[in-house]
Design a protein around this ligand. Structure first.
Ligand code: ADP
Ligand code: MG
Length: 575
């Protein structure tokens, strides 16, 4: 084949492969265009997880009739005119690739109107213009994208299920809604409204609209004005933990971005407060001279490069750290009333196990099967317990309050106390779930819990599952639930546990949700690394663990224990 230039339609289809990976990419591009158009109100509506239809309506400046066809041409943009502009990008879009790419792989209809002009209707399918005419549209722009990937079957087959794509889009729109609290942004799927931010410029109000009031209550605000950088946002109290980084939102000059640098800054700020696989919530706005960042790194524009990235890292880390320290000082002075001896002793105990573990389910929830008087045995003495099935167990002690060291059948066991306890609790929960045995405990004071629309939906979908575990929940209002009873052992931590269960990954493996939710519940209730344990508690964990199916791994799949035999030991000492 001889070399020739590709025709425009083919170029657009190739570009679409880069820019339009999935339905969420269309939503992202249309949302960014609406933001760039100066909208104060944006509505996003999808059906079929975005594959059937995506609609983005804004009240922005509109597109003139004589420019609409151009807007759908490659590298057509109103946002950049010279290479200089590329050095300091202030708009969300600038590459002029989105509309032609979307139009190459979908059927697109545009209704738009600029102030004082007649308005238009434009229809383009697979890159072919079907209609371009005057139309009495409302001011602003409404873009309707239907049958995405109808002409690229390969891409279509790679799409995830509509449910998981819908959840992905929900997250994405939520991310932009927090980026621009000054714009009222709403999201609906299948005709149901999931959230609508008020657009009053208050980030906290936007968080309440998207994630519910109970999350917002657990966040600490921070703000910092430096010479070249300005930071603001919210951080979660260390007691609030999430199972992944999904709850970390970073914005640079209001553009949502992914940044390993900022993930690291957050992680280090929480050092010593969270263990591995626990993540905080963070919403961080970085305002910086546009010249100091390069956003033109990737076609999707969600990765950026900072110039002087080490300075930025240091500033962010220090600001977050001091926000957390301030909070720490505040709660410890709150919990140290000088004349209340009883409270002080309580605190001393919780401090000895690391102050962050206050407010976390403790060992009190855990009933050892063999009950020894807890304080009768000194920590440094070893206890030998002969058991029927798992041989001789001799507890040697606890290493760094995180690992249990024991001798079992003449082997040395090093047990990860959190992982082990998690496995024990998880198996118990599984068993209860199977046996439909309710081990429920009524709350003396029913709790009211406010949920986001998405959490509410998941709760309703799995309401039977929750009651089979022993939860008694009732609907109070639109997004409000009353907790009347909880599974035994959860008392005092019902809210966090329910929220964490609802936040367990849904995604494509929907059938796996119940077990993921049980893992969250077990993880919540399990003892933590860094927690001092009584000898009787240590013993119960070791015994129960060895008595549990699949005891070698925690439900996340990490090992619960390492065994070292005498031979291993001798080999190591080269005897
Ligand atoms: P870019 O955003 O990179 O400029 P796009 O292909 O996304 O490229 O859009 C092309 C042009 O179409 C934009 O520069 C803008 O002038 C116009 N446009 C797109 N969407 C809208 C909208 N919702 N309101 C007003 N103008 C729009
Ligand atoms: Mg754009």
């Amino acid at each position: 084949m001889s070399i020739r230039l590709l025709d425009d339609h083919l170029i657009n289809k190739i570009a679409a492969g880069e820019v339009i990976e999935r339905p969420a990419s269309v939503v992202k591009e249309l949302l960014e265009n609406a933001i760039d158009a100066g909208a104060s109100r944006i509505a996003v509506r999808i059906t079929g997880g975005g594959t059937t239809s995506i609609e983005v309506e804004d009240d922005g400046k509109g597109i003139p009739l004589n420019e609409i066809a151009l807007a759908f041409q490659r590298h057509a943009t109103s946002k950049l005119s010279s290479a200089d502009d590329l050095q300091q990008i202030v708009t969300m879009g600038f590459r002029g690739e989105a509309l032609p790419s979307i139009a190459a792989v979908a059927r697109v209809k545009v209704y738009s109107r600029c102030a004082g002009e007649p308005g238009l209707f434009f229809h383009i399918e697979g890159g072919r213009i079907m209609a371009c005419e005057e139309y009495n549209a409302v001011p602003g722009t409404r873009m309707l994208v239907e049958d995405l990937f109808y002409n690229t079957p390969a891409r279509k087959n790679f799409q995830k299920s509509p449910v998981s794509e819908g959840i992905f889009i929900h997250d994405l729109v939520g991310r932009y809604a927090l980026a621009r609290p000054d714009i009222s942004i709403s999201f609906s799927s299948q005709g149901r409204l999931y959230f609508k931010t008020p657009g009053n410029g208050q980030l906290r109000d936007a968080i309440i609209a998207v994630h519910g009031a109970s999350l917002a209550e657990q966040l600490l605000p921070f703000a910092y004005q430096g010479e070249n950088i300005c930071l603001s946002g919210f951080l979660s109290r260390p007691e609030l933990k999430k199972p992944n980084r999904k709850w970390q939102y970073f914005y640079v000059n209001t553009r949502p971005i992914r940044s390993p640098l900022l993930y690291r800054a957050v992680e280090q700020a929480y050092q010593g407060m969270l263990v591995s696989r626990e993540f905080p919530v963070a919403i961080i706005n970085v305002n910086i001279d546009p010249k100091m960042v390069d956003v033109n790194v990737h076609p999707q524009k969600s990765e950026i490069r900072f110039r002087r990235d080490q300075d930025i890292f240091r500033t962010v880390h220090e600001v977050l750290r001091s926000c957390l320290q301030e909070y720490q000082v505040k709660i410890s002075s709150y919990r140290h009333p000088p004349d209340d001896a009883a409270v002080t002793t309580d605190l001393a105990e919780s401090v000895s196990s690391g102050w962050i573990s206050t407010g976390i389910p403790s060992f009190q929830n855990y009933k050892p099967r063999v009950s020894l008087p807890p304080r009768a045995v000194k920590t440094d003495t070893t206890i030998t317990v002969p058991t029927a099935d798992s041989g001789n167990i001799k507890i040697i002690g606890q290493f760094l309050q995180s690992y249990i060291i024991a001798e079992v059948d003449q082997e040395l066991y090093i047990i990860d106390q959190h992982a082990a306890h998690e496995r024990i609790l998880f198996n118990r929960l599984l068993k209860q779930d199977k046996d439909h045995r309710r081990t429920s405990q009524e709350l003396a004071f029913p709790q009211v819990l406010e949920l986001s629309a998405l959490q509410m939906e998941i709760l309703q979908e799995h309401s039977e599952f929750f009651s089979s575990l022993g939860f008694d929940l009732g609907l109070l209002g639109h997004n409000t639930v009353i907790i009347r009873a909880v599974p035994v052992g959860l008392n005092g931590h019902e809210e966090e546990t329910i929220i964490e269960m609802l936040d367990a990954p849904q995604g494509e493996e929907k059938e796996q949700w119940p077990s993921k939710a049980l893992i969250s519940m077990a993880c919540r209730q399990a003892v933590k690394a860094g927690q001092a344990l009584e000898p009787a508690e240590i013993k119960a964990i070791v015994e129960d663990l060895l008595d549990t199916p699949n005891y070698k791994y925690c439900p996340h799949g990490r090992p619960t224990l390492i065994k070292i035999s005498l031979q291993d030991m001798e080999r190591m000492f080269k005897r």
